[in-house]
Design a binder for this molecule. Structure first.
Ligand code: SAH
Ligand code: SF4
Length: 367
């Protein structure tokens, strides 16, 4: 099997080159060809010695997951469905805005954590994505968007993807090593050169992995809160039973020790009549008091048989005002790309469940 060079960060590629008897600067050159120029064919790496190019052709490939579909939304949002083998597909979303372009990247095929309002969670879990499958989403998006911009305007869009959020399918911190390696490539100046604050990991609250992320790669952290007390959060985000709110809040404070001057973004999906009442907002005000943070309110995005409803406009306004009056910065996420099912929590891809969970649920329903 040829070695897929998208599986490496720069230290990994350098070590692999050393085995070939090649110097570190050669690894750097090839790494830049791959990630900065978007070149997959070694023959096109013109400043690399011919003998090395031939070795690479014989022993390596640069292979991102194959694109199955690309959907374009009326608002400019794009969604790719990538084929990751044996009946599995993952989704990646690009959201263009005036001052930035954000890519929402998947980390797993499905998700094992079963949050009750999440379409990915409903589908079950198949496997972790490899490094090449994670960074390959950015590689494809960055370079295809560049080429497209060149064709349509004649201008070179230097960096269509200016921000990455690990908010696609899956729980990134449950695929820790591969995600951290991919983050390293995103931040590397010889690759995408994104600053630490332009890369966000979103977690449902895997406390020990949050501590490890702080040590290894303290990028911006978003924590999916969704409830202000343990009783409600146990129902909505079942991992809360293992890492309850007091532990989660303490982990948030520890994280910021490694990322001074940063803040945690608390994500809060508003579910009509479930967690969107003034009493919940007031509880949140108290819960988050000791954590430098801001809130990102996300109106629930429906999917078939979800069993939840979108919040009303008035409930959202009141909820937001209670947080704002207590001094918090609050953003309300605008829904983008919902005409192509690309909004938060709607990513479904194709998951050949291996946890047996979906089958169990069907049995429960039938009983
Ligand atoms: N597993 C990670 C990241 C992926 S989900 C996490 O849970 O944080 C990204 C965000 O979308 C999370 O905050 C998640 O709770 C939210 N989300 C999930 N389902 C949603 C839905 N149906 N409507 C709106 N947001 C949803
Ligand atoms: Fe998994 Fe996040 Fe969905 Fe929960 S919200 S099931 S952690 S992807």
């Amino acid at each position: 099997m040829p070695q897929n060079l998208l599986d490496f960060d720069l230290p990994g590629l350098t070590a692999w080159f050393a085995e070939l008897g090649e110097k570190p600067f050669r690894a750097r050159q090839v790494f830049r060809w791959i990630h900065q120029a978007g070149v997959a064919d070694f023959a096109h790496m013109t400043d690399i010695a011919k003998s090395l190019r031939e070795t690479l052709q014989a022993q390596a490939v640069v292979q991102a997951p194959a694109i199955k579909f690309l959907h374009r939304s009326a608002d400019g949002t794009r969604k790719w469905l990538f084929d990751v083998g044996v009946g599995n597909g993952i989704e990646t979303v690009f959201i263009p805005e005036d001052d930035r372009g954000t890519l929402c990247v998947s980390s797993q095929v499905g998700c094992a954590l079963e949050c009750s309002f999440c379409s990915t969670g409903r589908q079950g879990f198949n496997r972790n994505l490899g490094v090449a499958e994670i960074i390959g989403q950015l590689w494809v998006a960055q370079h295809s968007l560049k080429t497209e911009a060149n064709r349509t305007t004649g201008e070179i869009a230097e960096r269509p993807v200016s921000n990455v959020v690990m908010m696609g399918m899956g729980e990134p911190l449950a695929n820790f090593e591969n995600v951290v390696t991919a983050l390293g490539v995103m931040l590397d100046d010889h690759a995408y050169g994104l600053s630490r604050r332009r890369v966000t990991v979103s977690t449902s609250g895997l406390v020990p992995a949050m501590d490890r992320l702080a040590e290894r790669c303290p990028v911006a952290l978003a924590v999916s809160l969704h409830a202000p007390n343990d009783a409600l959060r146990d129902r909505l985000v079942p991992i809360n039973k293992k890492y309850p709110l007091a532990e989660l809040m303490a982990a948030c404070r520890r994280y910021l020790v490694h990322a001074p001057r940063d803040f945690i973004t608390f994500e809060y999906v508003l579910l009509a009549g479930v967690n969107d009442q003034p009493v919940h907002a007031r509880e949140l005000v108290e819960l988050a008091r000791d954590v430098p943070c801001k809130f990102n309110l996300i109106p629930f995005n429906p999917f078939p048989d979800a069993g939840y409803e979108k919040p009303g406009g008035e409930a959202m306004r009141v909820f937001r005002e209670i947080l704002q009056d207590a001094g918090y910065v609050v953003t309300t996420r605008r829904t983008r790309g919902d005409d192509i099912d690309a909004a938060c929590g709607q990513l479904a891809g194709q998951v050949a469940d291996r946890s047996g969970r979906v089958i169990k649920r069907l049995h429960r329903e039938a009983a």
